[in-house]
Unconditional design. Structure first.
Length: 255
């Protein structure tokens, strides 16, 4: 929600400033919009493969929508599963638990490996590779957003230069000076808005979500490995706290 709220608030503030300064129609320029918006995506596309370009919006959306899980809550969830597994000492119990983990596919996959009888060391290796693959995929989305954030102001500058050249070439025609100057100024505005209100903030948020998702996935892998080894959940709590930030550490067992 902070992503949606922050972006809406930023655009509303810009729109309010435009309204207070006069007619919003004066800030609409189709030529400048084409140069900046389409130009930004065209230039950014050079750095990425077509398949990546198609899948990136979905990856970014899924990460922002599902990737923000509280590490503290997820650590407690893992510990609860470990306690139940140790109490019942029954693989079938874990198998019955799997449908309830559909909202956390990574944890579901880890527990499925435990149910299948995969060795603990192999579970750890598989899940760490899965986590690394997911992190690499999300970092490509971060690279795309950062690249677009770099390109948008540059396209705005190109539009400004085009407008200035048109204006200087029509100094003897006063009717052309205004529209040319509008292109020159508005493309700079469009580029700054795209970069600093959309792409750069989204890149920072996506990177943060990627780091947090990596931490949570690591918790899942450690939990599944510990359950497979039939370790005491108290030891698992200690291990989870070694990778959790101090403010997110858990105290599941009171004594």
């Amino acid at each position: 929600m902070s992503t949606v709220f922050g972006m809406l608030a930023a655009f509303l503030l810009v729109f309010a400033a435009i309204l207070l300064g006069g007619s919003p129609v004066a800030y609409i320029n189709l030529q400048g919009g084409l140069i900046v918006v389409l130009g930004t995506f065209a230039v950014t596309a050079i750095s990425f493969r077509l398949q990546e370009m198609i899948s990136l919006p979905g990856n970014i959306w899924n990460l922002l929508r599902h990737g923000q899980r509280d590490p503290n809550e997820e650590a407690i969830k893992v510990l609860k599963i470990a306690v139940e597994a140790r109490k019942h000492n029954d693989i079938l119990m874990l198998e019955r638990l799997l449908p309830r983990l559909k909202d956390t596919p990574f944890l579901m996959q880890a527990m499925q490996l435990v149910v299948d009888g995969t060795q603990a060391d192999e579970i750890e290796q598989i899940m760490r590779r899965e986590a690394s693959t997911a992190s690499s995929r999300h970092m490509r989305a971060v690279d795309f957003l950062r690249r677009a954030g770099d390109v948008a102001p540059a396209m705005g500058l190109i539009g400004t230069l085009i407008g200035l050249v048109r204006m200087l070439g029509n100094l003897d025609n006063p009717a052309e000076i205004g529209p040319s100057m509008a292109v020159a100024l508005l493309t700079t505005l469009y580029g700054a808005i795209l970069a600093h209100l959309v792409f750069i903030p989204l890149a920072a948020k996506t990177e943060h979500c990627t780091e947090e998702e990596g931490l949570v996935n690591n918790l899942y892998a450690m939990g599944a490995t510990s359950i497979r080894r039939k370790e005491n959940p108290r030891r698992l709590e200690m291990l989870l706290n070694t990778i959790l930030p101090p403010a997110k550490r858990v105290t599941f067992f009171k004594s």
